[in-house]
Ligand binder design. Structure first.
Ligand code: 5RP
Length: 241
């Protein structure tokens, strides 16, 4: 998936802005610890950058086979999620992020493992170029990982709330996730209450994972802009819940 509908109109390409935030994310990697690593083109740049400090980290937990392969090719040890109790930090991209740190993810079909690894982490650092910052989630078609036999029924349920669901394909063939399931991309939604939406859709029979990350939302977002990296900090100020 790309973000052709929200081009970055500046001297910097979207690719350069991704490189900028990927490098800035190194400041959040805790030496001596295992780092959680997401999936996607921005994360690929982070993996390339973190390889430069591979001797100072224990390794990584990865959210996809693609990231695992890239980490291992660069000599970074990859642990299974089952081998760790918690992670200091999880670094991942997003397809959209709002001003509260809620995100749409799953453009790379890795949303289920991303949610699992994010849930292990004490801090989610989102790395994205500024085209990903939105007022309301939903312009990017919402990825939903599903059990294939539920596809039609879920399509009707999304239609009832104003969405249009399509099975993600590569050519004629449905895309299968690392978990062997299918992805529905749901366009036409305006997700004004991301947490309530995530809780509701997660209950629908056949839904494996909905690509709204409001429960595992970002604590920090490093946003690549032509004026430099902008840091959005969504953590509550000290003393507040
Ligand atoms: C993969 C994801 C990615 O983080 C999201 O699609 C952003 O990707 P990119 O960095 O390539 O723009 O959720 O499932």
């Amino acid at each position: 998936m790309n973000h052709a509908t929200s081009p970055v109109t500046s001297a910097y390409s979207q690719d350069e802005l991704k490189t900028q935030v990927a490098r800035a994310a190194l400041a959040y990697v805790v030496p001596g610890e295992i780092v959680g690593v997401g999936t996607g083109s921005t994360v690929n740049k982070f993996i390339d950058a973190v390889a430069g400090m591979k001797d100072r980290i224990r390794g990584a937990v990865s959210s996809s086979q693609a990231s695992t392969a890239r980490l291992q090719a660069l000599g970074i040890k990859v642990f299974e999620a089952q081998e760790v109790d918690s992670l200091a930090v999880y670094i991942d991209g997003a397809d959209e992020i709002d001003a509260q740190g809620n995100m749409i993810k799953g453009g790379g079909a890795a949303l289920t493992r991303e949610k699992i690894v994010a849930a292990l982490a004490r801090c989610f650092v989102c790395i994205a170029d500024e085209s990903k910052l939105v007022q309301t989630l939903g312009k990017f078609a919402l990825p939903v990982e599903i059990i294939p036999m539920a596809a039609k029924q879920l399509g009707r349920q999304f239609a009832a709330i104003g969405g249009h669901a399509r099975v993600r394909t590569a050519g004629e063939v449905p895309v299968l996730t690392d978990n062997g399931q299918m992805i529905l991309d749901v366009s036409g939604l305006q997700i004004r209450e991301p947490r309530a939406f995530e809780l509701e859709i997660s209950q629908w029979p056949g839904v494996v994972t909905v690509g709204v990350f409001a429960i595992q939302k970002a604590q920090i977002c490093l946003l690549g802009t032509p004026r430099g990296v902008r840091t959005l900090d969504f953590r509550a100020p000290a003393g507040q819940p």
